[in-house]
Design a protein. Structure first.
Length: 204
């Protein structure tokens, strides 16, 4: 597992303190609880969750170039697990249809194209990451990201969820921070949080 990617077991406990990790980023560790971030040690002095085997991994894939990193992290952590790539699409087609007064058929066609484009991008990402297509399931729907991620966790009985954390300021940080926070608060499986790249840009 790469540096700066904490894994959080699903049961959270009180009494969480903060310390600074090797890279200078804040690292939260539990004291008396079972929430363990990367870098924390268990009672035996070993890294928590090392060697844990995962069978079903939900990977939250947004429209940034960090999506590649998320899939690579998931595949490296669980090379034999089923990977469920989850991408929630903003309904841009609806906004275009509203302003352009498109016909109902035109609106449906725009949504179909948007859906197909997203699936093609996920296929390309899998190929770039060296993940066999038959090992992955692609979930692409219109709607709220946190809702779709959590529903997919239940639907596929996921035991690990991989999600990103934005380093950028402004609205995007607020949005993705909100999605990650909601998932961390409600997820019932382990969560791997992958920090965003400094040069992260929107591509989708």
């Amino acid at each position: 597992m790469s540096r700066g990617c904490p894994i959080l077991p699903h049961r959270q406990a009180s009494g969480i303190g903060e310390r600074t990790g090797q890279e200078g980023a804040p690292t939260l560790c539990s004291h008396g609880g079972n929430v363990r971030y990367r870098g924390c040690k268990d009672d035996s002095g070993s890294n928590a969750l090392v060697g844990k085997s995962y069978r079903s991994v939900v990977v939250a894939v947004d429209g940034t170039d960090s999506a590649y990193l998320h899939i690579r992290q998931a595949y490296a952590r669980a090379p034999h697990a089923q990977l469920i790539l989850v991408h929630a699409m903003a309904d841009s087609a609806a906004r275009i249809a509203t302003f352009a007064e498109a016909s109902e058929d035109g609106f449906r066609q725009m949504r179909v194209r948007q859906h197909e484009d997203a699936l093609n991008r996920l296929n390309d990402l899998l190929e770039d990451c060296g993940v066999p297509q038959q090992q992955a399931v692609k979930v692409v729907e219109f709607g709220y990201a946190s809702k779709l991620i959590l529903e997919s966790e239940i639907r596929f009985a996921a035991d690990l969820l991989v999600i990103g954390r934005s380093n950028n300021a402004g609205f995007r940080r607020l949005f993705f921070g909100s999605v990650t926070s909601q998932v961390l608060a409600k997820s019932r499986c382990d969560v791997l949080v992958v920090p965003a790249r400094e040069s992260e840009t929107f591509k989708w």
